[in-house]
Ligand binder design. Sequence first.
Ligand SMILES: Cc1cc2nc3c(=O)[nH]c(=O)nc-3n(C[C@H](O)[C@H](O)[C@H](O)COP(=O)(O)OP(=O)(O)OC[C@H]3O[C@@H](n4cnc5c(N)ncnc54)[C@H](O)[C@@H]3O)c2cc1C
Length: 527
Amino acid sequence: MLPLPDEVPVLVAGGGPVGLTVAALLARQGVASLVAEADEGHCSGSRAICISRRSQEILATVGAGEALAAKALPWTGGRSYWRDREVLHFQMPSEPLQRFAPMVNIQQYHVEAFVHAALQRVPQLARVAFSTRVLRVQPGDDGVQVEVEGPAGRQQLRCDYLVACDGGRSTVREQLGLQFEGTQYEGRYVIVDIVQKTRRPVERLAWFDPPSNPGSTLLMHRQPDDVWRIDYQLRDDEDAQEALEPRNILPRVESHLRMIGETEPWQLLWASMYNAKCLTLPSYRHGRVLFAGDAAHLVPIFGVRGLNSGLDDAANLAWKLALVLEGGATPVLLDSYSSERVQAARENIAYGAKSTEFMAPPDFAFRLMREATLRLALDEPAVRSLINPRQSAPIAYTRSPLNGPEEGAWSSAQAAPGQPAPDALLRGAHGDFHLSQCFGTDFTCLVFGDGSLPRAVAELAAHGIAVLDIAPEADAHGQARLRYGLPGGLGPTALVLVRPDGYVMGRWRGLDPAPVLACLRAKGIEP
Ligand SMILES: Cc1cc2nc3c(=O)[nH]c(=O)nc-3n(C[C@H](O)[C@H](O)[C@H](O)COP(=O)(O)OP(=O)(O)OC[C@H]3O[C@@H](n4cnc5c(N)ncnc54)[C@H](O)[C@@H]3O)c2cc1C
């Protein structure tokens, strides 16, 4: 085993999905990092399974997209039942020509393995040290001193920046004496993975008070390798340890499988206990220590925002940290990581709390309201949206200090500054491609011109900005102009600046690149 270096530009504490993705995104920016992971390998057991479209984009950026697509099960909607009657059939926005399904199901350990495999293709820029635990952290003005313990014993390591991705029980958070803010719900769920062959479509399935498990709420998701995820709520008077005994799990699962007509033989794979937490640090930047993923926030699993928002943290942080390390921005840029992602965590927590309160009503009043909603939803389609689980979606940074101006009138707010840049199918010399494939590493200026690319605009490239000419023939499907607020074949001209993490920074009428450069300069950024 190679000895650990004494010094690295970035040390990532924790090699879960978020830490590995931070390292992979930094590597794409040419920044070297070391990931210290306490465990011997990737996570096991029942954890995240639902990966959003935005996460699929991020995972594709780091080179894990093909493996993910080959293994994961795509899905677009779900059904909810009250007792034995369907009360909701929802569909997430999706269209046939989209790059990714709105959601795919895959076990978290596969995601970790795919990102790790991508990292192993750039050994000069990233290394994962398993069985290596971060013990002590001493932040200083010009670096962070970290004590780690690995197979060769204890060692001191110096890094320019420490990214804490060491999960919900973060050692780094504890070392810095930081506390989460928020609440923890009392409702407990048993999370069970079983192996059973099925021919059911891949959908999110939810039952409220099903005849198989009266009084409980139960969720089912298909995963690859013939695995079902089943989550069911415990009664308040049930003992958690007892509930995890196979003798208590098997009859509940069997009763439900029988109720829905799944009769193939099955066996238990994993079981664990879960209870929802709505917690966040108030700031994700503490000098040269940055927090991401579960180390920074814990959001309820209902609505699947935990890992998905952690990957968004990684995407937001990596380009900013790279720019700061390369001297293209001052460390102040990292404050925008904290403000944008804390705002996102608070929104995710608000959505997650609503879903949790519907799944497991915390008191009599909530229970009464839920029962009334479910009863009404049987006959009233308008009420059904209240049952919709509102699955994870990227959060807009509407109040970000990085947002540029938006001058003039635009026919769509979808691409306003601070919004995730809408995807669009474009036509290139070698066939169709998606706009989102162009994001992930550099600032990109989308040029909505009138057929010719003015020399001044092309020169943005000399300032480190990728220029993408969306000429009328490139926008053959008419999606880009429509979604960026410029309808009509040869409509008005405009420039749209997209950040490396695929968020719109500013948009300007006309084809003058000067305000684009001025905007970056005003934010202290020299790409
Ligand atoms: C039952 C369940 C279902 C879920 N379903 C979903 C879902 O469908 N979609 C979704 O988006 N999210 C889901 N989540 C949440 C998701 O699993 C987490 O948000 C995700 O694991 C966070 O990733 P992370 O890398 O931040 O932290 P973790 O996955 O916790 O990784 C942290 C890593 O740090 C390591 N570590 C800890 N301390 C140290 C140390 N001192 N030194 C070095 N390494 C250390 C740990 O060994 C671990 O590998 C679910 C969670 C649960 C429990």
